[in-house]
Design a protein around this ligand. Structure first.
Ligand code: PEP
Ligand code: CO
Length: 450
């Protein structure tokens, strides 16, 4: 159905249309797609250029070791799970983790959700087969429905518009929760005290007591707690579906430069970071801070070429490399990459994704990860940076605020059988609320070791 555009007539932001564009659905109805993208071209932006600029400055601070990024949320958000409780609980989890990390790091934590737009998923195959039936793969709620029926799996462009509205709703709640007093430091601290009442977490008691004492000290010393009633919270998702990202890209009236106004931060996934591909070409041109996932096959030459394309002038905070090597490989593979990038000299913010290199299948058939592997990859990431004298700049995690049972282990010992209890993710397994907080205590100790 689609017509290959003449590269000669495409400029700038539409040049990707003439390049290999991986991981996109085959939309069956071209006129419905045109109607949806035209609509998206006219809707208000979800974020503002000035906010993206401020985040870029924060990310630059993270690259220098003056701030630390906490980026977390679902592997795939879904339309049906868009409820006030779910959003509140995710924000609450991230804020609780951030307090612990702030204490451990003694520096500001940049809070960022994989939220308000994390609806598009890359897949290893275009199709999914169950028994005798083969259907198009589920590519996220922005494309099709997860139900395994022919009708549900047809890519529907109206979903692009629905994803926009759902992102707007989510962002509205995020802004309300983080600006309206819900995020008050004293309140978040009280939640953490509640968590610590569970004897399973006794090993973190000493650390939690120190935080408690620090907060009491602040109170006694007359700290301005009113200034700590609000937090900055940024949105992010994988910049995957270009029929969504392109129409939401706008020219900023202040600077005359393009910003992708679907989120503050966009990252290019491991499956779409090809130098000859549409994604690198497109995101090279937007001014937002950009991430790229780097898996175990990445070479120094790849990383440097990505810097050439995405941050040729070495602007601080512009480019983040999110490594996801796997716990068993991070200590072997990451040093050469980090060292090669350091030798280049242009600044990069290094972030650890300890989720996507650690997938396993449980004995009873669940796609899962071990909490111990997740923590071990973070530990390896810190060790590598410590030994090279470079900066570990943040953490990228798949988590949720509820009590799901999707990742094995943690002090509450989720085992194979427990996976059957509340395994709800449609794509990758997420840390639950408790595992997320436990991770924050463990990472805070690693940060303090610096
Ligand atoms: C993801 O972040 O959900 C994802 C698909 O990651 P990666 O591109 O690293 O595989
Ligand atoms: Co994932």
């Amino acid at each position: 159905m689609s017509v290959i555009p003449d590269p000669a007539v495409l400029t700038g932001l539409d040049r990707w249309r003439a390049l290999p564009v991986r991981q996109q659905p085959t939309w069956p109805d071209a006129s419905a797609l045109a109607a949806a993208t035209e609509r998206l071209g006219g809707v208000p932006p979800l974020v503002f250029a000035g906010e993206a600029d401020r985040l870029r400055e924060h990310m630059a601070a993270a690259s220098r070791g003056e701030a630390f990024l906490l980026q977390g949320g679902d592997c795939a958000e879904t339309f049906s799970e868009l409820t006030a409780d779910n959003i509140r609980d995710k924000i609450k989890t991230i804020l609780q983790m951030a307090v612990v990390l702030t204490y451990g790091a003694s520096m500001p934590i940049i809070k960022m959700g994989r939220m308000a737009g994390q609806y598009a998923k890359p897949r290893s195959s275009d199709t999914e087969t169950r028994g005798e039936v083969t259907l198009p793969a589920y590519r996220g709620d922005i494309v099709n429905d997860h139900a395994f029926t022919a009708a549900a799996r047809v890519p529907d462009p109206q979903r692009l518009v629905d994803a926009y509205h759902n992102s707007a709703t989510t962002l509205n709640l995020i802004r309300a929760f983080t600006q309206g007093g819900f995020a008050d430091l004293r309140r978040v601290h009280e939640w953490n005290r509640g968590f610590m009442e569970n004897p399973a977490y006794a090993q973190y008691d000493a650390f939690a007591t120190e935080i408690d004492r620090a907060i009491r000290f602040m109170g006694a010393a007359g700290a301005d707690f009113d200034a700590l009633r609000t937090v900055e919270f940024f949105s992010s998702h994988e910049g995957l579906l270009l029929d969504y990202e392109r129409p939401l890209t706008r020219i900023d009236s202040r600077t005359g430069l393009p910003y992708d106004c679907s989120a503050h931060f966009l990252w290019i996934g491991e499956r779409t970071r090809h130098l000859d591909g549409a994604h690198v070409d497109f995101f090279a041109q937007v001014r937002n801070p950009i991430g790229v996932k780097l898996g175990p096959t990445t070479t120094v030459a790849d990383a440097v070429a990505l810097m050439d394309r995405l941050n040729p002038d070495g602007e601080p905070g512009r480019l983040t490399f999110i490594s996801r090597m796997g716990a068993s490989k991070v200590r072997d593979l990451l040093p050469e990459l980090v060292d090669g990038v350091r030798a280049d000299g242009r600044p990069v913010t290094w972030v650890c994704d300890p989720m996507h290199g650690n997938g396993i299948t449980s004995a009873n058939g669940y796609k899962t990860r071990r909490f111990s592997d997740v923590i071990d990859e973070v530990r390896g990431f810190f060790e590598v940076h410590r030994s090279l004298g470079t900066v570990p700049g943040g953490l990228h995690v798949e988590l949720t605020g509820s009590d799901v049972t999707e990742v094995l282990g943690g002090s509450e010992e989720i085992d194979d059988h427990a996976l059957t209890r509340r395994y709800e993710t449609l794509v990758d397994p997420r840390l639950n609320h408790q595992q997320s907080l436990e991770m924050a205590f463990l990472v805070a100790e690693m940060l303090r070791g610096s």
